[in-house]
Design a protein around this ligand. Structure first.
Ligand code: FE2
Length: 289
């Protein structure tokens, strides 16, 4: 599909408030990854709780995967750009996530799942984003869906920017998933050198980008590879204008803040400490999922 410039003209772009370098860490059974959105940014980037980038061509860095572990109170969105990951959960879902595919899982009141790489060599690369649920939905039934690369809405702008609309809306194209309370926008952008891309964003939505190839420029600030840039919430800005210095690939993520208390203990994210004790007790007693 080609967008024939019905395009969103952004009158004033947001600017970059803060640039973040991810922290190298490991999770699951020793999967090496970069935690880009860390716990200290959860209030600033409400409704998002975490963003991990994983990428390695060394199987030792990923092969053990993430064996059975629980979640409650939020959603996990996994986007694979290289490699294959098998998912199994306590609600009986099973799916193989492959190049360019997205797995959207709503943990709701509880899911126990495993995420295990299905390859013994080659590159494994992708992202996992955690999206909070409003309090009223934290104990809802779990939900799960796999989208193959071909199932995700995509379009190309007149400037040759390839856009995958994982969530929300871009240039009139509806994303694969919509959510009322958090109104997430999740775009993967592939920009040729010199291209420009505009995305309308409500001023109240919290927004950030993560550049994983090349280098972007946003309102005169260069955003290099492997950096997250938090976009300032400026009342007069109606969106963001991105320019690619070189061939660039990046995620653009935004959402409506929930403005609720956030209580997190590992894989449980609730509103209160009491609800966290309940989650831990439910898990230990085998009542979580
Ligand atoms: Fe998980």
């Amino acid at each position: 599909m080609t967008d024939s410039d019905t395009a969103v003209a952004v009158r004033q772009s947001r600017t970059v408030e803060q640039m973040i370098v991810g922290h190298p860490t490991s999770d699951g059974a020793g999967v090496k990854l970069t935690r880009v959105l860390t716990q200290n940014l959860q209030r600033r980037l409400d409704p998002y709780l975490m963003l991990d980038a994983f990428g390695s061509d060394n199987p030792d860095d990923y092969i053990a995967g993430f064996p059975d572990h629980p979640h409650r109170g939020f959603e996990t969105i996994t986007y694979m750009i290289a490699g294959r990951m098998l998912h199994r959960d306590s609600a009986g879902h099973e799916g193989l996530l492959e190049n360019g595919g997205v797995q959207w899982m709503t943990a709701g009141r509880g899911v126990i799942h495993s995420e295990i790489p299905q390859q013994e060599d080659g590159v494994m690369e992708g992202f996992q984003l955690w999206l909070n649920l409003p309090g009223k939905d934290k104990m809802s039934a779990p939900w799960y869906r796999d989208f193959g690369a071909g199932d995700l809405p995509k379009f190309t702008t007149a400037q040759g920017v390839d856009v995958t609309v994982i969530a929300g809306e871009s240039h009139g194209v509806q994303g694969a998933v919509t959510r009322e309370a958090s109104a997430p926008t999740y775009l993967d952008l592939h920009l040729p050198a010199g291209a420009r891309f505009e995305q309308a964003l409500p001023a109240a939505h919290n927004a950030f980008v993560y550049v994983y190839r090349g280098e972007a420029r946003i309102a005169d600030t260069a955003v290099p590879m492997q950096r997250m840039a938090i976009l300032r919430n400026e009342p007069e800005a109606d969106g963001v204008v991105i320019e690619a210095q070189t061939e660039t690939r990046m995620l653009l993520i935004a959402g409506q803040p929930l403005h609720e208390p956030i209580a997190q203990y590992g894989p449980f994210v609730m509103n209160t400490q009491q609800e966290i004790y309940q989650a831990v007790n439910d898990f230990r007693a085998g009542r979580l999922a």
